[in-house]
Ligand binder design. Structure first.
Ligand SMILES: NC(=O)c1ccc[n+]([C@@H]2O[C@H](COP(=O)([O-])OP(=O)(O)OC[C@H]3O[C@@H](n4cnc5c(N)ncnc54)[C@H](OP(=O)(O)O)[C@@H]3O)[C@@H](O)[C@H]2O)c1
Length: 267
């Protein structure tokens, strides 16, 4: 399936990987529907696409607000006679030790609400259209850190693991009816999300433009997943010797954070 002539819904399209992905997909000839809360940023992304000759529509929405999300689903279905691909990319991340989350169950609720529930709501909302058409591709943006256990992101990673599991169930149940999914395991990517953590400013990361290429590949070629070699090796290790992998990586991550903190102080 080429993206030319397809309609793609991209959530989290106001910044970072989602904004770059929307621009790249439009260059491939897709009509892109841009969803996120910040209307001004969405309009900027839309205008950059239309001024380059592409087709884009902005749908400002807080996807955590159930009524607003239902309304945008209705609007998408009314505006587009076919929707080919949904990219569930909107998310928030929280970096906090579990011990500091004691008394803060809302850390887990906030991440699950946008990273998992909102994506499920949108997918279920578009599913009748996908089934009617006989095809629909659902892409989910997730992290390499669900493949290798890392500390400090328990709320974020648990919500991403739920999202991956939902995507796998979707293709297991409805693959025969033309519903396909791609799980995209990003490594660290230089965006607003990652640079919110001060020490990560000193970490080498993939560019948002390159990461967006992974979403384009996911939407265009529809592989079951897009991942890195490190992620694959991590998964293999976790499937065979999980205790060893967790014990070996635990001090490594602590050392990495200490090194990054030193580098950040020196800057
Ligand atoms: N950056 C990394 O290192 C990294 C690593 C692994 C995976 N990922 C994943 O990659 C994806 C893109 O993240 P990014 O790095 O590009 O970060 P980003 O620039 O912060 O993008 C997050 C997007 O989600 C949208 N969003 C957040 N809450 C929303 C809500 N309630 N309703 C609607 N939209 C909402 C934001 O838009 P508004 O604020 O305008 O609503 C924004 O467009 C995420 O799924 C993230 O988990 C990122």
């Amino acid at each position: 399936m080429s993206l030319d002539g397809r309609t793609v819904v991209v959530t989290g399209a106001s910044s970072g990987i989602g904004a770059h992905a929307a621009r790249q997909m439009a260059k491939h000839g897709a009509t892109v529907c841009l969803l996120a809360r910040r209307a001004d940023e969405l309009v900027q992304v839309r205008d950059s696409i239309t001024s380059a000759g592409g087709t884009a529509h902005a749908y400002p929405v807080d996807l955590v607000d159930a009524d607003a999300a239902d309304a945008v689903i209705k609007q998408l279905l009314a505006d587009h006679s076919r929707i080919d691909v949904l990219v569930n990319n909107a998310a928030r991340s929280i970096r906090r030790p579990i011990t500091e989350s004691i008394g803060r169950v809302h850390d887990y609720e906030r991440t699950i609400d946008i990273n998992y529930i909102a994506a499920v709501r949108l997918t279920l909302g578009l599913l009748p259209r996908f089934l009617e058409q006989g095809h629909g591709h659902v892409v989910v943006s997730t992290s390499m850190s669900t493949q290798i256990p890392i500390p400090l992101f328990s709320a974020y990673l648990a919500s991403k693991s739920a999202l991956e599991s939902f995507a796998r169930s979707l293709s297991a149940e409805l693959g025969g009816e033309g519903i396909t999914t791609t799980i995209v395991h990003f490594p660290m990517v230089r965006t607003e999300m990652s640079t919110a953590t001060e020490i990560y400013q000193a970490m080498p990361m993939m560019s948002a433009r390159k990461a967006a290429g992974w979403l384009v590949k996911a939407a265009d070629s529809r592989p079951t997943r897009v991942t890195s070699l490190t992620g694959r090796v991590g998964e293999l290790g976790m499937a065979t010797v999980p205790g060893v992998i967790t014990a070996v990586t635990r001090p490594l991550f602590r050392r990495m954070d200490a090194t990054l903190a030193r580098r950040t102080r020196r800057k």
